[in-house]
Design a protein around this ligand. Structure first.
Ligand code: AR6
Length: 166
């Protein structure tokens, strides 16, 4: 099986060692995938996040998975898209790298990512997908499974194109 693959789904249902949340710097419950993760994980998550906030853009924090099937949740803060001249690309790559490093630090071998920054934060999907895939391709060898969980068909088709072009 390929180490990286894209699939349609809801990340809150994933049974990987780690699922990644597209978080905000306050590590507060928000909308989008973040809201779904907070709801599914249950009330323990807010307290665990509050202890670790704030988390600057481009960095990540890790908490247990609480009621989720995943053992751990990595909360990665991607950049808000401001036109591309505000270091968005390097901050997005940094959020993916930080997530992978945290996964390794807890001995995880499988990780599931949403399309960080491409929803409420407005990052253009094609360029965000290239950054996600290229950064994850360089993940440490200890990570043997990387899933890109796409919430809609159009996101999935972009991930598949970028993965096929590797
Ligand atoms: N599973 C997988 N992907 C999902 C799910 C889900 N359950 N729900 C949404 N997506 P977004 P951002 C997709 O807006 O742009 C929050 O309020 C969604 O379709 O969740 O990084 C945070 O607290 C899109 O493709 O994250 C922050 O304040 C992708 O997940 C802010 O939004 C990311 O969309 C972060 O914005």
């Amino acid at each position: 099986m390929k180490r990286m693959r894209a699939e349609l789904g809801d990340i809150t249902a994933c049974e990987n060692d780690v699922i990644v949340n597209a978080a905000n710097s306050n590590l507060a419950a928000g909308g989008g995938v973040c809201g779904a993760i907070f709801t599914a994980a249950g009330p323990g998550l807010s307290a665990a996040c509050m202890e670790q906030a704030p988390c600057p853009t481009g960095e990540a924090r890790i908490t247990p998975g609480f009621s989720l099937n995943a053992k751990w949740i990595v909360h990665a803060v991607g950049p808000i898209w401001r036109g591309g001249g505000d270091a968005e690309a390097s901050l997005l790559a940094s959020a993916y790298r930080a997530s992978l490093q945290l996964a390794v630090s807890v001995g995880a071998s499988s990780i599931a990512f949403p399309a960080i920054s491409t929803g409420i934060y407005g990052y253009p999907i094609e360029s965000a997908t290239k950054i996600a895939v290229v950064t994850c391709e360089a993940a440490p060898d200890l990570i043997t499974e990387i899933r890109f969980i796409c919430f809609d068909e159009s996101t999935l088709s972009i991930y598949e194109q970028v993965l096929d072009a590797l």
